[in-house]
Design a protein around this ligand. Structure first.
Ligand code: ZN
Length: 413
């Protein structure tokens, strides 16, 4: 599948020092330093193409874009891959509800998503892969699991014995009853009769009436959700050179910690024989005016709608990084107003002929991002620099700071 348009990343002065990037790893439950590497492999779970792109999606993809930008600035290459779950129950349900063809719905939503990513200055993935095009590699992945681990059928649907992965549950830190409850809330089928364990993961679903199906050694049908990401990530990111981890960073929203990331990691380990990701990193959820933002509440705010109404996408980006990425946070109109005000202040200050010293503020920006993406500190430092400039402080180079803001925060001023 085509990715979206490349984003211009201005060069950063090579004399700036970049500390190791520290990120909160939800598997180890600690902030850990990413080792210095020439190539990082990052897999970020993509959307199911309906309700694209709401502010929760935007916050997640901006988070991993900050990671991408920081690692690139250190001089490394970042191999970034993202999927699109263009075959899934929620997509079929939405298409049925709206009486549209699921393929047409997916195509229009993916187009919308691509446009939003360009507006938000998200660096595109090197491989942007949909399930439909990944069916052969998913089938290969399931065959590989069958060779290494126990699988079984329930009425022609194929399951993976999830506890055959010795690490299962250790990445998400939930009790068995918690896992079962969340599994059932997030598309799982713990109560299905015939399953050996309630948490066993669906690998292949036999074709249902009115649903698409593909031929496979397990019968005509379609893949389960978690195997899709195992197959795509391993195929596009694991060349076998790292004996410890298949990828460096597995990313997504915190609602993917369980079951999705736990199960796709368990399946990946069954295939590769090693731990899936060096770090599991998750972005918090975005609510609206005190309530959880969700499709069931009907209170989703969409990027394209806001941009069409005249909102500057850079203000959306700035507003979404004004709180820490890992926290669940509320979207309010005040947040956007504050972001617009800071954007305006930066424009005014950066257009001055004489500006306050810029090297110290760039150093604090780099330092704060390296510290688990501490963007609230970044924005405070930028605001203070504007105040100093507007108060008449001199000695800096505006272009240097504008390039650093663009390159590291993805905010073009
Ligand atoms: Zn995924």
């Amino acid at each position: 599948m085509n990715s979206w348009a490349k984003v211009y990343i201005p060069p950063i002065d090579s004399s700036i020092e970049f500390p190791q990037l520290h990120l909160y790893n939800s598997a180890s439950q600690t902030i850990t330093a990413m080792p210095r590497k020439n190539i990082y492999r990052m897999y970020v779970c993509g959307i199911t193409p309906y309700d694209a792109t709401h502010l929760g999606h935007a916050a997640t993809y901006i988070t991993f874009d900050l990671i991408n930008r920081y690692l690139l600035a250190t001089g490394a290459r970042v191999d970034f891959v993202q999927n699109i779950t263009d075959i899934d129950d929620p997509l079929f349900e939405r298409a049925k509800r709206d009486n549209v063809d699921w393929k047409a719905l997916a195509t229009s939503q993916i187009d919308l998503f691509r446009g939003d990513m360009v507006d938000l200055h998200i660096i595109p993935p090197k491989d942007y892969i949909g399930v439909v095009e990944a069916i052969p590699m998913i089938i290969d992945a399931i065959v590989a699991i069958q060779k290494s681990s126990p699988t079984y059928n329930v009425e022609s649907d194929l399951y993976f014995e999830i506890h055959s992965d010795g690490q299962f549950g250790k990445r998400s830190h939930l009790t068995e009853p918690e896992m079962i409850e969340i599994f059932s809330q997030r598309g799982g089928d713990p109560a299905r009769v015939g399953k050996r364990d309630p948490l066993d993961a669906l690998l292949w679903l036999h074709q249902r009436d009115g649903e698409p199906g593909w031929d496979s050694p397990f019968g005509k049908g379609r893949p389960g959700w978690h195997i899709e990401c195992s197959a795509i990530a391993l195929r596009y990111l694991d060349d076998g050179s790292d004996t410890q981890f298949s990828i460096d960073i597995q990313g997504g929203g915190s609602d993917l910690i369980f079951p999705h990331h736990e199960m796709s990691a368990a399946q990946s380990s069954a295939i590769s024989g090693k731990e899936f990701a060096r770090a599991y990193v998750h972005a918090g959820m975005i609510g609206l005016d005190g309530e959880k933002m969700s499709k069931s509440k009907g209170n989703l705010r969409f990027v394209s709608q806001m941009v069409n109404e005249g909102t500057d996408p850079m203000a959306i980006r700035l507003a979404l990084i004004s709180s820490h990425y890992s926290s669940d946070r509320m979207w309010t109109d005040n947040l956007l107003q504050d972001a617009n005000a800071l954007l305006e202040k930066l424009k005014v200050a950066l257009s001055r002929e004489e500006v306050a010293p810029t090297r110290p503020v760039i150093n604090s920006l780099v330092q704060a991002i390296s510290n688990n993406l501490d963007t609230p500190t970044v924005l405070r430092a930028l605001s203070q620099w504007c105040d100093a400039t507007l108060a008449g402080s001199i000695g800096g180079e505006a272009g240097e700071l504008a390039r650093a803001i663009d390159s590291l925060l993805g905010i073009a001023i």
